[in-house]
Design a protein around this ligand. Sequence first.
Ligand code: ADP
Ligand code: MG
Length: 294
Amino acid sequence: ATPTALMVGTGRGAQLGILIKGPEVLESTRRVDTVVLDKTGTVTTGKMTLLGVHTVTGTTENEVLRIAGALENASEHPIAQAVAAGARERTGSALPTPEDFANVPGLGVQGIVEGHAVLVGREKLLAEWEIHLPESLLTAKREAEAGGRTAIAVAWDGEARAVLEVADAVKDTSAEAIKRLRALGLTPILLTGDNKAVAEAVAAEVGIDEVIAEVMPEDKVDVVKRLQDEGRSVAMVGDGVNDAAALAQADLGLAMGTGTDAAIEAGDLTLVRGDLRAAADAIRLARRTLGTIK
Ligand code: ADP
Ligand code: MG
């Protein structure tokens, strides 16, 4: 392609809300045949809400919200923010400050609240401490996930105490974006650390058939590599710190402009408005810009 055509392509990109790192990016954009999409914050808004609290006998909703909310208040994860906000709202009081706090990436949070050793996150996080959900909480978890909501387990002092239900909404532009990507001949794949049932519910809502779920943050990059080993040319769309390595590994990394700095730095393109339809626009633009000249 001529430098002029590339500059025109880059300028048109800016008008469409797509920031392109350099003209050479258009070349890889044109070749892409598979689009891997992160779920939370990319296909969905990432703005979660606490929808329900299920406790074991002998534990009150108020206790659960005070203790789990306090710990989550120390985390910036969208789920954590939803739990903390929901806890403040439902208890009508301020949350205590944890005496100790640590993030466990892809699994949840752990720490000390008012003298209790607390875990909040995936069932797998609790299992690492040999804490298992009783039948009543397993049922609550299954029902939440069948409905497309994420179930968060709460334990303290060695016992599972509750399951919290959180959910975020699919962006109203996502289904249209998937349709446009398919129209360009691309195969969409949903990739997430979240539960398989939740991922499948979201995928069905936006028209994606292929789901890779329950992937640890550090393993997202391996999923991209595996697809590349199969001979695919892979675009990855993501917003989180945990998407950065996969964005860098992909033949084309598209970062949500509404996402983290780490994702934006790792990507080749930024979708400024966080609108997934711009991903399809970028690919069409690259094909047009380069196609007309060759
Ligand atoms: P995604 O890949 O969808 O962006 P993450 O890798 O950030 O999701 O998290 C994967 C899963 O780990 C979440 O769906 C949730 O079940 C659990 N999790 C992570 N962080 C937290 C937290 N702070 N509180 C509760 N659960 C968490
Ligand atoms: Mg995300």
